[in-house]
Design a protein around this ligand. Structure first.
Ligand SMILES: [Zn+2]
Ligand SMILES: [Zn+2]
Length: 316
């Protein structure tokens, strides 16, 4: 009798503990609220022609539970696979590419762990949107080199791809989250952070020297991840935060990705959290910031579109 009781207790524990852990991983658990950023607000003299455009190339069909702690398994949401065009008189930049023309073929080279949880639709690759709009590129500036941000690189032969030294190394060594078959013939160009503190980040790189496009180091999600701040002539400021958070709730509700997902997605989850808190502190100080996580389609809806994306072109 006693043995039977022990058996049931053990059996219950074996079933219930993983369930409890699983649910805990996905339950809401906001990070402590940081103090608002109190440092200086850097000045910028952007040209009046400076503009940003959403270049949404497709979507991943997900549920919000995958995006942030406290999300639901029943709340379906399409995550943007996108870039943004920054139109500047000294040269247009594309921040990330989102899906490219060859995504179907590239997708097959990903580890099964990614393929098993990914269902996507390609709308229109960035290269086709840019060609249709007649927008040549000076360079592509990557927030980081994960597959869903670089898929379109081979569509732009000869266009320099700007990366940090750390991210270039991550690419060279085939770090996790990249396609199984490395691209050939991409013209990577490394840049450094010659500038000082910028909005709570320890260093900066002012691309055209006018304060309109400023890149800051934000390692964690990948070793060489960055945030790109674009400041328009009217003062509108967009931090393109890459994958520091996947959805805006990461900032508004201070919710990280669920633990189990951080293990797969982030190179250094602690480092990523630090940068997430920097962005949250900045938003506390500057509520008007338009934060653009690469996968939050609502953020791209805040800017003009380069092309009218048509849904349902091809689905997988
Ligand atoms: Zn990523
Ligand atoms: Zn991503």
């Amino acid at each position: 009798m006693k043995n039977k009781r022990v058996y049931f207790a053990v059996a219950a524990a074996v079933v219930l503990v993983p369930h409890a852990l699983f649910l805990h991983t996905f339950s809401a658990s906001p990070l402590p609220k940081p103090d608002p950023y109190i440092g200086p607000i850097p000045s910028a003299t952007p040209p009046k022609e400076l503009a940003v455009f959403a270049v949404v190339a497709g979507v991943n069909h997900r549920v919000t539970a995958e995006g942030y702690r406290g999300g639901s398994f029943f709340d379906h949401r399409d995550f943007s696979m996108a870039g943004a065009l920054v139109k500047h008189p000294q040269g247009n930049l594309l921040i990330d590419t989102g899906f490219g023309r060859n995504i179907d073929e590239q997708f097959r080279t990903l580890p099964w762990t990614i393929r098993a949880i990914t269902k996507y639709s390609l709308w229109q690759p960035a290269v086709d949107q840019l060609q249709a709009a007649g927008k040549p590129l000076r360079a592509i500036l990557l927030t980081h080199s994960h597959w869903d941000h670089v898929s379109g690189l081979p569509d732009f032969p000869g266009v320099p791809v700007w990366v940090t030294t750390q991210e270039h190394e991550f690419i060279r060594t085939g770090g996790k989250g990249q396609f199984g078959k490395p691209f050939t013939g991409i013209r990577y160009e490394e840049y450094g952070f010659e500038g000082g503190l910028y909005l709570g980040f320890p260093a900066s790189h002012d691309v055209y020297g006018d304060g309109s496009i400023v890149v800051v180091p934000a390692p964690g999600h990948t070793p060489g991840s960055v945030v790109v701040f674009v400041t328009l002539a009217n003062g509108t400021r967009y931090p393109f935060v890459g994958d520091i958070v996947w959805q805006l709730e990461g900032i508004s509700e201070r919710e990280e990705r669920p633990w189990i997902i951080r293990q797969g997605a982030d190179s250094d989850a602690e480092g990523n959290r630090e940068n997430m808190l920097r962005i949250i502190a900045l938003k506390e100080r500057l509520p008007e910031l338009i934060i653009v996580p690469a996968h939050d389609i609502r953020a791209f809806a805040e800017m003009p579109k380069l092309a009218q994306a048509s849904s349902g072109t091809t689905s997988h």
